[in-house]
Design a protein around this ligand. Structure first.
Ligand code: CS2
Ligand code: MG
Length: 410
């Protein structure tokens, strides 16, 4: 029987910071897992190096479920983003190993293909309507068949999710804080936002018609009643989903939103366990579940959660920003292809530097992503190149109310 011989934690920063786990077996098979927790990366690196790596050596790499339970139940302290990202990274690396040993892509081990490919959505944004239309057109030219739309709000400055530079290829997602400095501060006013966003979607529907699925992310900035107002005002524009309309911690608050609007609701990119979704699923308060594989406890946990959600006709919309590494994205694609209740997959192409360090075989064609057919996850890690991109801290922005400077959710 092969055993786990080595667990390495690799930190690199090709455009963004990434933490990767590499497990090597006594037979020389390696598996990769994504352990990246944006803005808090080194906490997960230390958790794995100091507390997980030493207790995994000698174990059977094939026993993925038992290892998951060993780390979850055995750690005594359950849940939380740091713990669950660490467990996810080990879990995904073990699925990669299992696939390589079996000579099969991971989706085959999860039941095989349920579809030709995973419908992907890209991120359009604009500082005004002409810039936004151009950004939507660029995405259509790239082949996207579903598009998330974020817009600047008159009277507010830079808003997270909207590219400051509107040229094609320029994006909002690279280290808004700048390397090594404190988080950038942005100003927020929910009233201005609530009045402006419906006018943006009205303009989009006038220009592009109704067949294009459009999504929008509220970044947790509304109260339940404000979210209900926004959901109602967006109903005429037929959104694919409204994401993170309220902070996610209080599941009961989604009852208010749900009872007031038929706009589909997606939530969960900052959730890390099935318990975060329990009320949302059993009371059918949401339509799409947003965790990433990386932050949701790995393939093992997310497969179970999706099977539970399937009982309530809730679908997946896994988180896929560029701070989930290409390994995390590949893991999502294997699950997307396999499960029946797939909804949509977020897709922001990683930077060229990122894709040189993490060599992937997934494809994007005709609006659909496919994980590729290589055994395991289908991602290679280039150690030599990775070392050329040393880590330095980078943070997401923070949000303060324009009226009085109080900290606000985002
Ligand atoms: C966003 C992300 O992709 C999304 O829906 O909410 O940009 C998110 O803010 C980052 O991944 C946070 O790390
Ligand atoms: Mg989001």
């Amino acid at each position: 029987m092969a055993t786990i011989k080595r667990v390495e934690v690799l930190v690199t920063s090709p455009g963004r910071n990434f933490v990767t786990v590499r497990i090597t077996t006594s037979d020389g098979v390696t598996g990769l897992g994504d352990a990246t927790l944006n803005g808090r990366e080194l906490a997960v690196a230390a958790y794995i190096r100091e507390h997980i790596a030493p207790i995994l050596t000698g174990r059977d790499p094939q026993n993925i479920e038992d290892t998951w339970q060993y780390l979850y139940r055995g750690g005594y302290w359950r849940r939380g983003p740091v713990t669950m990202t660490a467990i996810a990274a080990i879990d995904v690396a073990l699925w990669d190993i299992k696939g390589k040993v079996a000579g099969l892509p991971v989706y085959q081990l999860l039941g095989g293909e349920s579809r030709r490919g995973a419908l992907a959505y890209g991120h359009a944004s604009g500082s005004d309507i002409p810039a936004l239309f151009q950004s939507v057109r660029n995405h259509l030219d790239e082949g996207f068949k579903a598009i998330r739309v974020q817009s600047a709000v008159p009277g507010l400055g830079q808003v997270y999710g909207v590219a400051a530079d509107q040229k094609p290829g320029k994006r909002y997602d690279y280290e808004p804080a700048g390397r090594g400095s404190a988080p950038k501060e942005e100003a927020w006013d929910t009233r201005k936002y609530l009045h402006h966003i419906p006018t943006v979607f009205a303009a989009l529907r006038d220009e592009f018609g109704y067949s294009l699925p459009l999504l929008h992310d509220g970044h947790h900035r509304m109260t339940p009643n404000q979210a209900a107002i926004l959901g109602k005002s967006l109903e005429p524009y037929d959104l694919f989903w409204l994401e993170d309309c309220t902070p996610g911690e209080n599941q009961e608050s989604l009852r208010r939103v749900r009872s007031q609007t038929t706009t589909p609701i997606a939530i969960g990119e900052i959730f890390n366990s099935a318990f975060d979704y329990q009320t949302l699923i059993t009371e059918q308060l949401i339509d799409y579940l947003r965790s990433s594989i990386t932050h949701g406890g790995g393939i093992t946990a997310m497969k179970k959660l999706m099977d539970f959600a399937a009982l309530y006709q809730i679908k997946s919309g896994f988180h896929g920003p560029t701070d989930v590494s290409p390994i995390g994205q590949a893991a999502a694609l294997h699950l997307d292809i396999a499960i029946h209740n797939f909804g949509i997959q977020e897709y922001m192409r990683h930077s060229d530097d990122t894709l040189k360090v993490f060599r992937t075989c997934y494809t994007f064609e005709d609006g659909l992503l496919h994980p590729g057919v290589r055994p395991g996850l289908g991602v290679d890690y280039d150690d030599e190149l990775a070392e050329a991109f040393p880590y330095s801290p980078a943070y997401l922005p923070v949000n303060r109310l324009q009226t009085d400077g109080a900290m606000h959710d985002w």
